[in-house]
Ligand binder design. Structure first.
Ligand code: HEC
Length: 197
């Protein structure tokens, strides 16, 4: 049935089981927002995905990097001796920063949890090149070029080497049964130095 109140020229031709369709266009403002958003997507993709526009992710990374740098500055120039390395093993802030550094720089060979892959398992108490804490920093600094361990001197600052060594040292508190132990078992690390008054 046709509603006499509706203009006939806007009724569409087809009819299904007596049901007819009225050509009721979307409001102009709605259509223009729709068309506008399609048009904007081209320059958007060109600039943010292919061009130099910085994404939220880039901004976040940059902020984290700036924060890490500020944090590094607060540690000053650390020296890679046993006592200094030992004193950072219980520093939660430094260790969480180093967990990030470890994941980005060391995990491809040692796994993110340190359980070993190309490089040895760093969570057990057996070591190839280490008998005391300062040796960890020495391996990290000089690497083991003919066995595939990168030399980090020049790529990491001396302070970062000290802190990441403390991070590696504290991994053995929670041994993970990844790669089987390699090398010789080393005595437990010394207790923390007494608090300075
Ligand atoms: C490209 C692979 C690779 C990367 C990246 C790498 N390592 Fe290694 N690492 C090795 C290998 C392989 C060894 C074993 C060397 C050997 O067999 O003498 C090793 C050994 C070590 C050792 C000595 C272990 C022992 O038993 O004496 C330490 C400590 C270490 N790595 C720490 C790190 C840290 C910290 C990083 C990141 C800053 C890192 N490694 C990044 C491959 C790597």
């Amino acid at each position: 049935m046709t509603d006499p109140a509706l203009p006939d020229d806007r009724l569409l031709d087809h009819e299904y089981d007596g049901i007819r369709e009225f050509d009721n266009p979307l409001p102009g403002w709605w259509v223009w927002i729709f068309v506008g958003s399609i048009l904007i997507c081209f320059p958007y993709v060109m600039w943010y995905h292919l061009g130099e526009g910085s994404s939220v992710h880039d901004a976040y990374e940059a902020e984290l990097a700036a924060y890490a740098e500020q944090l590094m500055a607060t540690y000053g120039e650390l020296t890679a001796d046993d006592a200094t390395i030992r004193s950072y093993m219980d520093d939660d802030i430094a260790m969480s920063g180093m967990a990030r550094l470890f994941r980005s720089k060391c995990a491809q060979c040692h796994m993110a949890d340190g359980s070993g892959n190309i490089g040895p398992n760093l969570t057990d108490d057996a070591w190839l090149h280490v008998t005391e804490l300062a040796d960890i920093a020495q391996v990290v600094r000089a690497g083991v070029p003919d066995k595939g361990m990168t030399a980090w001197e020049g790529r990491l600052s001396e302070t970062q080497i000290v802190l990441v060594s403390a991070y590696v040292a504290q991994l053995s508190r929670n041994p993970i049964g990844g790669k089987p132990p390699q090398g010789d078992v080393v005595d437990p690390w010394p207790p923390p130095p007494p608090e300075q008054p």
